[in-house]
Write a protein that binds this ligand. Structure first.
Ligand code: GDP
Length: 535
């Protein structure tokens, strides 16, 4: 055994703590109900009998302060990066994937920090573009995915048709754990496919955390629901006959996805989601190393930085890095090694952060997320460790879909401009592409979400003193290519080849149609999709 993998004292305790952890993220398209589900999960776990604390963007503000109160009262720790709570003896770390307008590479990087994902679908919409993009990242990481069909209380697609869509679009075989009784829009409850029992949706139950559920026998269900129950049983039998039953091994191998039906806004089915995460969700496992092999969870402390946030909050003008513990115990005050620079990093200030509020984290175990303050040198993908050198593979860059040329407004600020671009590139705020044709004064910024440009422009001006001009380019997709393609594609209309700062050569295309014709005319060119791209 290599010296750095010798278990630290207390390895047994670390293993026990790691085994209790479930570190997950929700992937969904905006409006599928991610915030509603997240809040409902947190409230469920906290068992706070308070009505109306969940729901809706309008009341989001109120909910936030409710959370902080909960945090004090119940020891739940909330960060803008992760929400931690206990359920049935397990510790769930729900790592936030920012949705909506701030969709960016950060969203993807979160998936490098979790052990499983909940794919949340709107029953009326099925698989939507953002869900698919995020799913591609899960596939790349071989992450187990649990599927939740939300908004079953509203008219939507047929349940079996939804299962077909999942299987044919993403190739994951759905293995429903529950099956809806009543079509979408007439949600009466769910058939528990394991026990055959009926969980009835009780619309009269009040409160955000009182589960609006009654548990009934199949006979009672038949008497109460008649035709709707019969249909559910028949469909469930059909699923069983086609082998669509949950299998832990194929789920962990990311070949099948357990499915649950829910109405997050009405808090129905939410408890079951939580139970399922704890029951079937994977605990942290050894993480692969650059040098080959994997770091056991009971090895001395190591963590991977997956998100860096700078200058966002006027009250705390420092830089925050979020790291996921991969092995060992994190204790506040520890001096760890930043693998990239080889320099020590003091963790005196380790926090759980939510907005302006910070609470101090004292101890964290594999699967947990810590926010590190004064993290000026840390970058997404960096490794922190104690003892002999440990290095995890970098987090892959994702397929950009937005491109813009950036130039300094004032040429006398060229130095500041160059320094700023270099810094943003290293932090992973945007990707930076260059070509001889365009020169160093006018690099191309590439992003997965347009919001990344705003952050870059703002920071170039305010942090580096370089006002810039952005010229949006018409390209909409990128493919990985090589130097020989670069020569072949020179001068082809609607295509441009540039080199990313990590050395990757990217061919940009205005649209899918242009890509199609280029592929047809040059069948031998290397043109591979990048991570996160919809193939
Ligand atoms: P996010 O963008 O994914 O975070 O979605 P939100 O949680 O903000 O929800 C978007 C909208 O859908 C809000 O108006 C919610 O109240 C609503 N919503 C969420 N879950 C459900 C549900 O189960 N049923 C219905 N009918 N509406 C829901």
């Amino acid at each position: 055994m290599a010296p750095d993998t010798v278990p630290a004292p207390g390895a047994r305790a670390v293993l026990d703590q790691a085994a209790r952890r479930r570190t997950i993220a929700v992937i969904s398209h905006p409006d599928a109900g991610k915030s509603t589900l997240t809040e409902a999960l947190a409230l469920h776990a906290a068992v706070i009998a308070r009505a109306g604390a969940v729901h809706g963007k309008g009341s989001r503000h109120g909910t936030v302060s409710d959370w902080m109160e909960m945090e004090r009262a119940r020891g739940i720790s909330i960060t803008s990066a992760a929400l931690q709570f206990e359920h049935h003896g397990s510790v769930v770390n729900l790592v936030d994937t920012p949705g909506h307008a701030d969709f960016s590479e950060d969203t993807y990087r979160v998936l490098a920090a979790v052990d499983a994902a909940i794919m949340l679908l709107d029953a009326a919409k099925g698989l939507e573009p953002q869900t698919l993009k995020l799913f591609e990242v899960c596939r790349h990481r071989n992450l187990p995915v649990l599927t939740v069909i939300n908004k079953w209380d509203r008219p939507g697609l047929d349940a079996l048709a939804l299962m077909d869509e999942i299987e044919s679009t993403i190739g994951l075989r759905p293995t429903p754990l529950t099956w809806p009784v009543g079509i979408a829009g007439d949600f009466r409850g769910v058939l528990d496919r394991r026990t055959g029992g009926y969980t009835r949706f009780d619309r009269t139950a009040g409160g955000a955390t009182v589960a609006p559920e009654d548990h009934l026998t199949p006979e009672q269900a038949q008497a109460l629901e008649g035709e709707a129950w019969t249909t559910a049983v028949e469909e469930s039998d059909l699923l069983a006959a086609s082998g669509a039953d949950h299998d832990q091994e194929t789920f962990l191998a990311a070949r099948t996805t357990p499915v649950l039906f829910a109405s997050a806004v009405q808090n129905f089915g939410v408890g079951r989601v939580l139970d399922t995460v704890v029951e079937v969700g994977p605990a942290p496992t050894p993480r692969e190393l650059v040098t080959g092999g994997a770091r056991p969870v009971e090895a001395p402390f190591s963590a991977v930085v997956f998100k860096v946030q700078a200058g966002m909050d006027a009250a705390h003008r420092d830089r925050l890095a979020y790291a996921r513990v991969c092995s060992g115990v994190f204790e506040r005050g520890m001096v760890v090694v930043h693998a990239t620079s080889g320099r020590p990093f003091h963790t005196k200030y380790a926090h759980a952060v939510f907005g302006r509020e910070r609470t101090t984290i004292e101890t964290a175990y594999p699967g947990d997320v810590v926010g590190l303050v004064n993290a000026g040198n840390l970058r997404p993908g960096d490794t922190l460790h104690v003892g002999a050198k440990v290095e995890f593979p970098p987090i892959p860059s994702f397929a950009p879909e937005h491109f813009a040329v950036v130039r300094a407004r004032d040429t006398s600020r060229a130095k500041q401009f160059r320094r700023g671009i270099e810094q943003l590139d290293q932090e992973g705020v945007v990707q930076v592409l260059r070509s001889d044709l365009r020169g160093d004064q006018a690099p191309v910024l590439a992003a997965v979400g347009p919001m990344q440009f705003e952050v870059a422009t703002y920071r170039l001006e305010h942090e580096f003193g370089a006002k810039v001009m952005l010229d949006h380019l018409d390209y909409g997709l990128a493919r990985r290519t090589d130097a020989s393609a670069s020569a072949a594609l020179r001068g082809v209309r609607g295509v441009e080849v540039l080199t990313r700062s990590d050395g990757e050569v990217l061919a940009l295309f205005v649209d899918r149609w242009r890509l199609g014709t280029v592929v047809k005319e040059n069948p031998d060119l290397l043109l591979e999709p990048l991570v996160g791209a919809r193939v």
